[in-house]
Design a protein around this ligand. Structure first.
Ligand SMILES: [Zn+2]
Length: 152
């Protein structure tokens, strides 16, 4: 029996615009908090979502070049299909990818942890602005309690 086309929601969406593309980490602990945060920003069902372990670090990590390419390809497609206006990059505290990829244990101080994430987030913002000068970039760091800090 033939079912509906698998890509129907995507095809329907493709005709319209949405506001943003979100890059977040894959961490299972925060998926509901991420949706809650985006709902709170009035972006419910109005953003594309790319998931890479480590978020900004995943996109930048030189030992995983295909991840970075995947990110850039998705920004490009999101811009073509949905005319996104901005990219939101959301790292999170206690991120396993930061520990695995750059052997970082940022249990030291919350300030140190913030600064390390800010370094990668800002680097990715620079790269996004270079490749897609028309896009706004928003940098975010989520705590395990779901609270989100902005990185300027
Ligand atoms: Zn993570």
């Amino acid at each position: 029996m033939a079912g509906p086309p698998l890509c129907l929601p995507f095809a329907v969406q493709a005709a319209g615009n949405n506001e943003a593309l979100l890059l977040s980490c894959m961490n299972f602990r925060l998926l509901d908090e991420i949706v809650k945060y985006m709902d709170g920003r009035s972006l419910t069902n109005n953003y594309d979502h790319v998931v890479l372990a480590g978020a900004s670090l995943g996109a930048l990590y030189e030992k995983k070049p295909s991840w970075g390419q995947t990110f850039w390809d998705h920004v490009d497609v999101a811009q073509q299909l949905h005319h996104i206006k901005k990219v939101m990059v959301m790292d999170h505290r206690d991120c396993g990818a930061y520990k695995v990829f750059i052997s970082l244990d940022h249990a030291k101080t919350p300030k140190d942890e913030f600064d390390i994430h800010a370094t990668y987030l800002r680097k990715l913002r620079t790269d996004i602005k270079t490749r897609f000068p028309g896009l706004e970039v928003e940098l975010l760091l989520m705590g395990l309690d779901g609270k989100v800090e902005t990185v300027s």
